[in-house]
Ligand binder design. Sequence first.
Ligand code: PRE
Length: 283
Amino acid sequence: MAKIGYLGPRGTFTKLAVDTAFNGENKHSFTTIPECIDAVNDGEIDVGVVPLENAIEGTVQITVDYLVHQVRLPVMAEIVVPIQQHLLVKPGFAGELSEVPEVYSHSHAIAQCHQFLHMHMPDAKMNFTSSTGKAAELVSSGENNMAAIGNRLAANEYGLDIFQENIHDYPNNHTRFVVLAKNKEIVNVKHEAEAEKTSLLITLPSDYAGALYQVLAAFAWRRMNLSKIESRPMKTGLGNYFFIIDVNQPYDEVLFPGVKAELEALGCNVTILGTFPVYQIDL
Ligand SMILES: O=C(O)C(=O)C[C@]1(C(=O)O)C=C[C@@H](O)C=C1
């Protein structure tokens, strides 16, 4: 049975995604996203699941940067799950929202609830934790009036009450998680895939007029539909970026080599980060 690693501890959204997508008990918690990715790379675990993008807050930058700059592992699948953020408190707490002096959560979860916190808890101090599960764990062993932002699983795991449900600022909240592994056969998601995608990493030779336009043209005239384009710093100086382009189709031996050759002729560098099924899972 595959050893599956996730951003933990118990009660995180990543754990929720892992439990929904994979059968079995051989699941291992990691404190940070890089630790989980390293563990796949070192062969300590077979599969790693880490968050990549949230509908409200956008890209989880540490995931993209770590995969591009530090450890290149192929993306073998994408799991999309709905995200509901709740305000969790200890069962003994009987006060008002305004009486909560401290809120704990992952930076992405806090950002998804920014407007709620601004309107209803303007004086509360925000404390960033390595995950929402970690926040729930801290609150469960802390003062009576502390709160965590997290999910229902975390409330159950750490014996907390849901003080206020659905505090994320926009209703259609989802997060995409990537499944990383060295070997495709070991990845067995227990759902039907909705779609296939291919993710490319593209660097441009230098900054010249129309460079990005030429890159996009290579996909456009082949009628290849793109679902995301993202630029991130190369970390070599201001103004230097790489692009991640997601194409809504699986890799094939005609169109993708054609795009690659065309872009390389322009001086671009093209790397395939993965070609994988997409699982849209309802909790
Ligand atoms: O903290 C968690 O529960 C996570 O799994 C991390 C994470 C993220 O990094 O975006 C995952 C999903 C939610 O968007 C909020 C937090």
